[in-house]
Ligand binder design. Structure first.
Ligand code: 0O3
Ligand code: SF4
Length: 334
């Protein structure tokens, strides 16, 4: 989907195995962790707190990470499921995953002061959905049922969008006779699985058109490329991320699909079961796009305590993208 990234694995076996005859090492995926959209969303909440004072409200989790949400909650952020839980006139931040026009309208009706932390790359998919709906396409939105992002995107054009939740869902999809058909997707899917879904869709609907540009974003793709590059070397891959984080869960699947002998998702180092390390020589570490680096550091420190002090980066791309904050907070950016 995206242009190839140069590989710089830096994977070399040391000639000096330790006393147990096992040369223990950690391969650390790069890039990992925060993407530009998450960085912007978390900073949006922090700056909103500074500017407006607690409490401020956030609809849903600002990003799908337990630690981020708990930390902001301690600082006076109140997370709600819907706009009707927010007192009239309050400050409400929309999460990085985006919201439908109906949610914007509901917030306006309650006279809420809204600040939109939707990632610009999610907004781009919203714009595509609107444009293809205007041109009367049948839009096949590949994504996970119930995920906030697909609810927001589908909500842009509910009469034109059908959700396709993976390759096996294709058999139940129908389109209007003679209709123009395009596929779009959630930004945080498995690239390989999505290509399989598209392949099956195209077999069924040969007129299927591609999106104007990749909807699976650069950060999702880069993290999958990096974990793939090291997976076959790994007896174990530890992915730091929360269970409701689509892109983090995908990293576990991608690692296993690319040859890791085992892979586990943990929110915190304390969730690492040391039994996983039995007989293990190489541990890969990566983290989802919503994961602060301090949590990865905790896992690295824990592994060092168990003899895995040799940490080698596996770098497959360098990320430099930064998004500007929502307009009203721009002056406040540090
Ligand atoms: O979409 P996902 O569940 O992966 O969300 P996260 O973990 O919060 O990561 C950020 C991704 C995002 C906001 C939408 O692309
Ligand atoms: Fe934006 Fe991609 Fe990050 Fe989602 S994962 S917030 S689309 S940069």
């Amino acid at each position: 989907m995206s242009s190839a990234v140069p590989l710089n694995l830096g994977i070399a076996r040391s000639a000096d195995p330790d006393a147990a005859g096992v040369d223990k090492r950690v391969l650390l995926a790069e890039p990992r962790g925060y993407c530009a959209g998450v960085d912007r969303a978390v900073e949006t909440v922090e700056k909103s707190l500074e500017k407006h004072g607690a409490p401020i409200y956030v609809r849903k989790e600002i990003v799908h990470n337990r630690h981020v949400v708990d930390t902001l909650a301690e600082r006076g952020v109140i997370f709600v499921d819907e706009t009707d839980e927010v007192p009239e006139g309050s400050v409400l931040v929309f999460s990085a995953h985006g919201v439908s026009p109906a949610v914007h309208a509901a917030a306006e009706e309650r006279n809420l002061h809204t600040i939109d932390a939707t990632c610009p790359l999610v907004t781009k998919v919203h714009q595509e959905a609107k444009r293809f709906a205007r041109d009367d396409y049948d839009i096949l939105l590949i994504g996970h049922e119930g995920h906030e992002e697909v609810e927001g995107t589908a909500g842009e054009a509910p009469d034109h969008v059908q959700l396709v939740d993976g390759p096996d869902a294709v058999e139940n999809i129908t389109v209007r006779e003679g209709a123009k058909v395009v596929w779009l997707s959630q930004t945080t899917l498995s690239v390989d699985e999505t290509m399989e879904t598209v392949h099956r869709l195209r077999q069924k609907f040969p007129q299927l058109e591609d999106p104007p540009s990749d909807d699976i974003c650069y950060a999702t793709q880069n993290r999958q490329v990096a974990v793939k590059a090291m997976a076959s070397e790994c007896d174990l891959v530890i992915v730091v991320g929360s269970r409701n984080s689509s892109n983090s869960v995908r990293l576990v699947e991608v690692a296993l699909g690319a040859g890791a002998r085992a892979a586990h998702l943990v929110d915190y180092a304390r969730e690492v079961d040391v039994a996983w390390l039995d007989g293990v020589r190489t541990v890969g570490i990566t983290s989802g796009a919503s994961v602060p680096e301090i949590l990865v550091r905790g896992v690295i420190d824990l592994l060092a305590e168990h003899g895995f002090a040799n940490v080698q980066p596996v770098t497959t791309a360098n990320e430099t993208l930064v998004f500007s904050l929502p307009r009203e907070l721009r002056a406040a950016r540090t």
